[in-house]
Structure formats: structure tokens, C-alpha cells
Write a protein that binds this ligand. Structure first.
Ligand code: SF4
Length: 752
């Protein structure tokens, strides 16, 4: 009991703010968080947390957060009831759908959707109701190349091997800075601690990055590389492996096809050939290749810098080519596949599937192909602006801020202002949602259950952890899953008062039908009604999560394995359940049509010629342009955590890093306003002269630029910074994945 008479209680919850899934210990007084600290008993994070995790307290209490639905009249938002909000949405969307068809509506899913149980469960229902080709997400901003390369090589877009960090002896890391971001497409709480442990047990960490990041500083070796040349460097490693007869596929040898094609392709990418372009000495490349083979176990990991570039898919592919060729794919200490508690097999025999097909639909204006059901976000602005049949006239955004986070942001901002109608599900009136006609807020985070449905698929251990709601809903608060299904009902033509419970039952019965029909499932052939009855005590995302857990690889199969997992078992385990270290999964995990690891996918092979053409590209020192790369910050998460004073206080972090040689040549001074210009736009921000960037490279963090009129993010506006994505071009993208190019953009700098 506190002096004020309220009771303090301690609760446990997985942090939903980034991919690391840290366990939090929360002290609550009534509805208020009084303390956040790491949960020392969490089976995965063991007490680790970062400053963003502690900011959950400020995030939940942020006075700028939207608590009730808002409708915009002119430039002003007004609070309305939920019924009024949905009536407004129906009145806005229905005529557009009726007159122009389903493609006139676009949907954009932001990054936080991937951390949200309701979103992951019901996004599909929303997309199915919309039947639009115009689906976009943050995936084509920063991760689609890895999904594409994994799809081509292993048969599934999330069949992505992750480094077995806790057991490896050698980790080669490209374009990643886990000391700031804690890992991405690799779920690993306290990744810095795990990297320190790797080194403490005698292992080696080598970081390849144009910047001397905190991770690079803590590594055994930092290899500065010219931006967007990672694929050349990786190809040269492969070249050495073949040239020096070091290729050994290990236990996966019988499951690999295309090895000779890779040998042929790598022949012309010798270390001597790529060294001038990469800026890494040929002898160093040879040594690293030999070290990878000599280490008892090793893994190569590439992340954001290898994805957000013009050769993103080639670089992502070559990361795993090196893992295969050094015998490190699918073995302890190498790069392995997670077996998540909610993963399901395909309907095909284990080890073989349909693989991936891209381009089943194309964008209207440029004819760019879809990838995993979504169009590249570099198309979104033109799909809104270009006149003609099929033009996008309405937009739904879910937890996204594309006006800041996508290329040529100024163009997209103009396009958003021209829409006929827009709906956003969001917690803020931000640079994007200020254009919305209606904004629907989610319930408080602590009033919803949480399970990292997506991220546990990429965890470096097999784990499962469910966080139940800690607060009751207050009058006027509506769970986001109900808003999503009601919105799906409106979009699907059922009107403003669509029956959410009927829609929820439909989603569930569809999933149950699939589970009992799936060959090899632990409920194969069972009566669907029996399963539905067993699930009947729950509703919403928890009911579907329970189904997924019970029919998953560790599940109780609704009685088939009494010791198996269910949501009830997780509810009784507030610190999570450790399902053990990663185990070899090849060939069972493969879903390629051949049942093989496709080491030389046709699309990658065809793109190699384009890569070869940049071998002679001049660097800034040789008369080429300065090039821009991004950077991450421990206290920032894309664009949406800048409204919390506790995270933005202190030194200004939205600066342009410039090497002292370049600063001297251009007359730039530390702290002085500097104009950065690309062919798509320009921004002004302070220079920070530092040798942490290579000569010829400048670096700006993304997600800033909170100076737009009409937003309601008071703190962010005081720390506005400049939006680096104004400099990114919509005509510059990785053709194999449609991913935006944010790294390696030619820019000019000048003192203001
Ligand atoms: S590292 Fe990520 S998951 Fe962990 S506390 Fe920080 S924001 Fe939360």
C-alpha cells in the first residue's frame, strides 16, 4: 500500500517496442506505471532492458496520445463516439468503393503492426475484405530483400536463418548495429551482452559497416566498407572459398542445388577485383574467408544496411550463400532456423512446397511487381497522384507514418493531402495521420494481451511468452482488434455497424478448418466443432493465439499431448517458457518446389550482371559523389518515439555526420547548419564532424522531421530534426524486391 492508500502491484509483460522481446517488470498503482525494470526471471532476456523499455511509462501516460476516435472537419480534429466514427468511415469509403472499385483503396501497414497481436491476427481479414492490389507496408522500406532471398532459397518469406549467437565462435556482421537497435530479423534480447559473451568465450566478432558504430567499436575488428558494396565483398568471400578449395557444405550437402552456378558467378569477383570498390583490402577479404572456415562454428548476419540498398537482395542472398558454403547453415553455432510455438507447416510434404511467386499483381503506374502480396512503397505516391482508371483515392494506415518513413517523403505528403478519404489507426496525430478524415485509437497497451507472433519466428532460442491484459478497459475504450474487424466489415460493404463477433467467428472457423485439414497436423481429421467448443471461453486474438499454440509444434493438440502448450500453460508462466536452443531443421523446414536449398535462384543469377557494372564506380575521393547512409540510435525507434521527453532530451541527435576530410574540403563546421541535397530534395540540419564515418560517406538518422503543421506531438515538434527520407528517391530501388534505397544515395553538402 502506498502512502496515498493505493495498492502497488507487480506485473510482468513482454516489451512490444522493438524486436528484442525483453521481459519487463512493471509496478502499477491503479492504472499508472510507477516503475519499469527488466524481469530478471524472464527466460529469454534475464533482466535486460534498454531506455526505450523504461519509457513505456511515459508512452502510456503521454498527454498527446489519442484516447477517443477523432474526425477531422477542415483542419481541426473533433472527438466523436465510436458509432459516429464508423458512420463517417462508411460514408467516406463506400462511395469510393462503389464508384471506382476495390483498387481505389490502399492500405499501409506500419512497422509497429509486426509487434501487435491484434494486428498480426486480423490484418489478413482487413486485406481480404479490401481485395485491393494496393497493399503497402514498411517491409519494402527496410526488410523485403531478406524476405525475397529467403523465399527464393528456402521457399518461405520468413524462413530466414538467424545466427546462433549464443553458441557461435565467429560472427561476421554486416550493416547492423545491435548496440543501438538490439537486433532485427533476429530476435535476441540483450544482443550486446550476447556479443560480449561470444568474445569472452574466445570467439571473434567482425563488423562490416561504413560507420564505426558502437557495435563496431566493441568488435574484435571493424572493416569500413563503401556503402552498397556488401554484395561485392560477400561475392569475394565466396570466390576465395572456391579458389582455395575451402567449400564444405557440411550436413546440408545433400540438400543443396546450384553450387556450380555459384562457383561460376563468383569467378569474376576476386578480392582484387572488388577491393577498390569496397574499400576493403584484398588480403583482408582473403583472411576473413579463411577465418570463417577455420572457426569451429561461424555465422554471417546482414541487416538493415544490407537491405536498404540497390543490391539488397543480392547481398541478403550472398549472406546465406557464405553460410552454406562454409558448412555453417543449420548447425549449432551457425545460422539456424527457429521453430516457433505458433509455426505451421504447409499442406505439402515436409521439405517441399510451392516456393514463392512474385509479380502476380503489378502496380498501375510503373508496373512494379508485388512481393508477398504487397506493392513496393516507392509506388504509393504516384498511385495516388497519377490520374487515370485505378487511381488510389482512399487510404487506410495502420500504425504507420509513411509521410516520414518512406522515400521522397515530400511527394508522399502532397499525395496524402490530395486523397478523397483517409482512415488511420494510430496513437498520435502525426505527419501522416494529420491527413486522415478519421483516426481510431487503440486501447492502452496494458489493456491488451501481447504475444510476439512474428518475432518469435526469428528468435535465437525457441521461446514463447504471453502477456495478459493488466488493465480493464475504461468506458469509451475499444480493443483495437474490434476496430480492425469493424473496419474490415465497413470495407467489405457490411456498413458501419458490422457485427464484429460474427466476423471474429468466421476468422476462427476458417483457421480451425485449415488446421484439421492440414496433413501431419496434431489435429488432422478432428471434428472442427470439437476444437471450436474447446476454444469457446475466449474471444478475439487470444482465442486465435490459443488455437495456433495448441496446433503448433509444441501444442497440446487439444488433448493429443496433455503436456503440450496452450495459452493456459503460457498464462501460468509469466516469465515465459524456454523451448530450448535451435535445432537443425533441414530438410523439414524447406518449402521450395524442388525440396532443395536453391543456392543459385534464377532471379539472383540474372541480377549479377547489374552488380558487376558498379565495380568501377568512383568513390568521392576519385571524384564520385558523397553518399548518404542512415544510422540508428538507442533512444529512437523509427519515427514514433520522439514525443517522449525522456528519450529525446540531451544532445541533438538528428545531425549529419561528416568525415573531417570532407568537412575541411567543403568548409563545413561542427554544429553549423548544413544543407544536404539529393536529386529528390534537400534538408538542413547541423553537421557533426567525426571520423566515425568513412571519408566520402555522410550519415543521417531516419524518422525525424516533425515540423509539419497540424500534428499533435508537442515534444516531437520541439525536437523536430530533419527528415532524411526527403533525400531518398522513389525511382531508386532494389529491382529484385522493390525495396527502397536509403543507403548509398548520392548527395551534395554545403554550409548554409
Ligand atoms: S531492447 Fe527493445 S524490447 Fe528490449 S526493452 Fe528495449 S525496446 Fe523493449
Amino acid at each position: 500500500m502506498t502512502p496515498g492508500g493505493t495498492t502497488t502491484r507487480t506485473e510482468y509483460r513482454t516489451c512490444h517496442l522493438c524486436e528484442a522481446t525483453c521481459g519487463l517488470e512493471l509496478h502499477l498503482e491503479g492504472r499508472d506505471i510507477t516503475l519499469v525494470r527488466g524481469d530478471r526471471d524472464d527466460v529469454f532476456s534475464h533482466g535486460f532492458l534498454c531506455p526505450k523499455g523504461t519509457a513505456l511509462k511515459q508512452l502510456e501516460a503521454d498527454p498527446d496520445r489519442i484516447r477517443r476516435p477523432l474526425v477531422r472537419r477542415g483542419d481541426t480534429f473533433h472527438e466523436v463516439s465510436w458509432d459516429e466514427a464508423f458512420e463517417e468511415i462508411d460514408a467516406g469509403l463506400a462511395p469510393i468503393r462503389d464508384q471506382y472499385g476495390p483498387d481505389a483503396l490502399a492500405i499501409y501497414l506500419g512497422n509497429p503492426s509486426a509487434h501487435n497481436l491484434a494486428g498480426l491476427v486480423y490484418n489478413r481479414a482487413l486485406l481480404q475484405a479490401a481485395r485491393t492490389r494496393n497493399v503497402y507496408s514498411a517491409s519494402t522500406v527496410d526488410q523485403m530483400p531478406k524476405q525475397v532471398s529467403a523465399g527464393l532459397m528456402f521457399g518461405g518469406g520468413l524462413t530466414i536463418p538467424v545466427p546462433d549467437v549464443d553458441r557461435t565462435d565467429y560472427l561476421l556482421m554486416l550493416g547492423a548495429n545491435p548496440y543501438a537497435s538490439n537486433g532485427s530479423l533476429m530476435t535476441a534480447p540483450d544482443l550486446p551482452g550476447r556479443l560480449r559473451a561470444l568474445r569472452a568465450r574466445g570467439g571473434k566478432l567482425v563488423v562490416v559497416d561504413p560507420r564505426r558504430t558502437k557495435t563496431a567499436e566493441e568488435a574484435d575488428e571493424h572493416l569500413p566498407i563503401r556503402p552498397a558494396t556488401d554484395a561485392l565483398f560477400l561475392f569475394a568471400l565466396v570466390h576465395v572459398l572456391f579458389a582455395d578449395d575451402l567449400v564444405d557444405l557440411g550436413d546440408v550437402a545433400a540438400h543443396v542445388s546450384g553450387l556450380e552456378e555459384v562457383r561460376r558467378l563468383a569467378a569474376s569477383f576476386s578480392p582484387d577485383a572488388v577491393a577498390p570498390a569496397c574499400g576493403i583490402d584484398a588480403a583482408v577479404i582473403r583472411r576473413v574467408a579463411h577465418e570463417l572456415v577455420a572457426a569451429p562454428t561461424a555465422a554471417v548476419y546482414g541487416r538493415i544496411g544490407t537491405c536498404t540498398q540497390e543490391f539488397g537482395t543480392l547481398a541478403s542472398w550472398l549472406v546465406d550463400v557464405v553460410n552454406v558454403c562454409t558448412g555453417n547453415l543449420d548447425r549449432p553455432g551457425g545460422a539456424m532456423f527457429t521453430r516457433a510455438a505458433t509455426s505451421v507447416g504447409s499442406n505439402n510434404a515436409a521439405g517441399r512446397g510451392r516456393g514463392v511467386t512474385f509479380g502476380r499483381r503489378t502496380s498501375r503506374v510503373r508496373g512494379l511487381p508485388e512481393f508477398f502480396g504487397e506493392l513496393p512503397v516507392v509506388c504509393l505516391a504516384e498511385e495516388i497522384e497519377a490520374p487515370g482508371d485505378g487511381r488510389v483515392r482512399a487510404l487506410v494506415t495502420i500504425a504507420g507514418n509513411p509521410a516520414v518513413s518512406t522515400p521522397n517523403s515530400d511527394q508522399l505528403r502532397r499525395a496524402l493531402a490530395s486523397l478523397d478519404f483517409m482512415v488511420s489507426l494510430d496513437i498520435y496525430v502525426n505527419e501522416t495521420t494529420r491527413h486522415a478524415n478519421v483516426i481510431l485509437p487503440p486501447e492502452p497497451e496494458l489493456a491488451r494481451g501481447h504475444y510476439d507472433l512474428a518475432l518469435y519466428n526469428l528468435a535465437i532460442r525457441n521461446v514463447a511468452n504471453y502477456s495478459p491484459p493488466l488493465l480493464e478497459l475504461e468506458p469509451g475504450e475499444v480493443p483495437e482488434w474490434r476496430s480492425m474487424l469493424r473496419l474490415a466489415g465497413v470495407i467489405g460493404g457490411q456498413g458501419a455497424h458490422a457485427d464484429v463477433d460474427v466476423l471474429d467467428d468466421l476468422v476462427l472457423s476458417g483457421l480451425v478448418a485449415k488446421a484439421v485439414a492440414r496433413p501431419g497436423s496434431n489435429v488432422e481429421g478432428r471434428d472442427p466443432d470439437e476444437l471450436l467448443k474447446a476454444l469457446a471461453t475466449r474471444r478475439g486474438p487470444e482465442r486465435i493465439l490459443d488455437l495456433m499454440l495448441r496446433t503448433g509444434p509444441y501444442g497440446d493438440g487439444f488433448g493429443a499431448d496433455p503436456d503440450g502448450l496452450s495459452l493456459a500453460v503460457l498464462e501460468a508462466s509469466p516469465h515465459g517458457i524456454d523451448l530450448g536452443p535451435l535445432q537443425p531443421r533441414i530438410p523439414e523446414v524447406l518449402r521450395t518446389p524442388t525440396g532443395m536449398i536453391e543456392l543459385a535462384p534464377e532471379a539472383c543469377v540474372a541480377d549479377v550482371e547489374r552488380l558487376r557494372s558498379v565495380l568501377d564506380r568512383p568513390s568521392a575521393r576519385d571524384g564520385g559523389p558523397l553518399v548518404l547512409v542512415g544510422r540508428r540510435d538507442l533512444r529512437s525507434n523509427n519515427s514514433w518515439m520522439h514525443n517522449l521527453q525522456v528519450l529525446v532530451k540531451g544532445k541533438v541527435r538528428c545531425t549529419v555526420h561528416v568525415h573531417p576530410d570532407d568537412a575541411a574540403r567543403l568548409g563545413l563546421h561542427d554544429g553549423a547548419d548544413t544543407r544536404v541535397r539529393s536529386s529528390s530534395g534537400e534538408i538542413v540540419l547541423p553537421a557533426e564532424v567525426t571520423d566515425a564515418v568513412m571519408p566520402g560517406v555522410v550519415s543521417i538518422p531516419h524518422g525525424w522531421g516533425h515540423d509539419a503543421a497540424g500534428t499533435r506531438m508537442t515534444t516531437a515538434a520541439r525536437h523536430a530534426g530533419a527528415n532524411s527520407n526527403v533525400l531518398a528517391r522513389t525511382d531508386l530501388f532494389d529491382p529484385l524486391s522493390g525495396n527502397a534505397v536509403l543507403s548509398g544515395i548520392p548527395v551534395e553538402l554545403a554550409a548554409v
